[in-house]
Design a protein around this ligand. Sequence first.
Ligand SMILES: *[C@@H]1O[C@H](CO)[C@@H](O)[C@H](O)[C@H]1NC(C)=O
Ligand SMILES: *[C@@H]1O[C@H](CO)[C@@H](O)[C@H](O)[C@H]1NC(C)=O
Ligand SMILES: *[C@@H]1O[C@H](CO)[C@@H](O)[C@H](O)[C@H]1NC(C)=O
Ligand SMILES: *[C@@H]1O[C@H](CO)[C@@H](O)[C@H](O)[C@H]1NC(C)=O
Length: 264
Amino acid sequence: MPLLALLLCAGFASQASAECTRQVLQEATAGYITALAAGKPTIPALAEGNVPYQENDVAMDISKGVLSQGISIDFNRSIYDTTQCASYTEVVSTGKHPYVIGTRLALAEGKITKIESVVADDGDWLFNASGSLSYNKKETWTPIPEGKRDKREVIKAAGDAYIDAWGDSNVKPPFSAQCARLEGGSYISGNCKLNFPPPFNVTNRRYTIDEELGAVDIFHNFSFLDATIPRDPGTQTNNLMRVESGQIRYIHENTICAKKGCGR
Ligand SMILES: *[C@@H]1O[C@H](CO)[C@@H](O)[C@H](O)[C@H]1NC(C)=O
Ligand SMILES: *[C@@H]1O[C@H](CO)[C@@H](O)[C@H](O)[C@H]1NC(C)=O
Ligand SMILES: *[C@@H]1O[C@H](CO)[C@@H](O)[C@H](O)[C@H]1NC(C)=O
Ligand SMILES: *[C@@H]1O[C@H](CO)[C@@H](O)[C@H](O)[C@H]1NC(C)=O
C-alpha cells in the first residue's frame, strides 16, 4: 500500500498532508516510474485525476502521452525539492523506441498537481539514448555529506549563472575544473563554458532544487538553438546540474527539436 494510503488509514491525514517530506516525493516518483514502465498512467499520488499534464510544453491528455506506451527503463535518477514540494526525474530508455525523458512532478498536500515532461527521442538535440545511458551511469551523484551541503540559494545561483552566461559573457558561472556536460548523448568534459550571440533571454524557468544531492533542474525555453522555429521563445529544454561546494560539476541537457536534427 502506498505510504499516503497507510497514513490516511492510520488517521494522521491532516498531519501528513501538511508537510512535504523526501519520502512523499520518493513515493510519487516511484509511482511515476512504475506507471511509465507499465504503460498505465495511474500513479497512486494522482488519485484525484485530471491534473494538468504536458509534454514538451504542450498540454495534453495523460492517457495519450508517453505514460501510456509502456517503455523499458534502463536508467532513472530523481531529485527532491521538499521546499517547493516537487521532484525531477530523468529516465533513459534504449528500448525499441529509445527515449530520454525529464519529468517534473509538482505536489501539494501529498497529491500530484502538475506533471510536465521533456520527452526527447530520435532527431532531438544530439539525441542518442545509448550514449546518455552509458555516460549518465558513470557519474557520481551520491548525497553530499551534511556539513558540506550548499544552501539552496547557492545551488540555484550556480544553475542560473550557467544559463545567464549563454547570452552575457560578463556572467562567470562557477564551473569546477572537472565540469562535464551530457548534452543529448554527447559528453563534453573539462569545459562547460557556452556563449551565444546576444540578445539571448532564457525565459519560463521552472526549478527543482535538492540540497542533499546538490542538484538543481531548470525547465526553460531555449531561444535561438532551433533554427526551424522563431528564435523566441525558442524550444523546450531542461538542464539538470550537480553543484559541489558551490561549483558546477555535471550538467545534463535534454532539448527538443521542432524538426529533426535542429541546430544553428
Ligand atoms: C530506478 O532507479 C532506482 C535507483 O537507482 C532503482 O532502484 C530502480 O530499480 C530503478 N527503476 C527502474 C524501473 O529501472
Ligand atoms: C551513441 O552512443 C554510443 C555509446 O556512447 C556510441 O557507441 C554510438 O556510436 C553513438 N551513436 C551515434 C550515432 O553517435
Ligand atoms: C526577458 O524576457 C522576459 C519575459 O518575456 C521579459 O520580462 C524580460 O524583460 C526580458 N529581458 C530582457 C533583458 O530582454
Ligand atoms: C516555449 O517554447 C515552445 C516552443 O516554441 C512554445 O510552444 C511555448 O509556448 C514556449 N513557452 C513559453 C512559456 O514561452
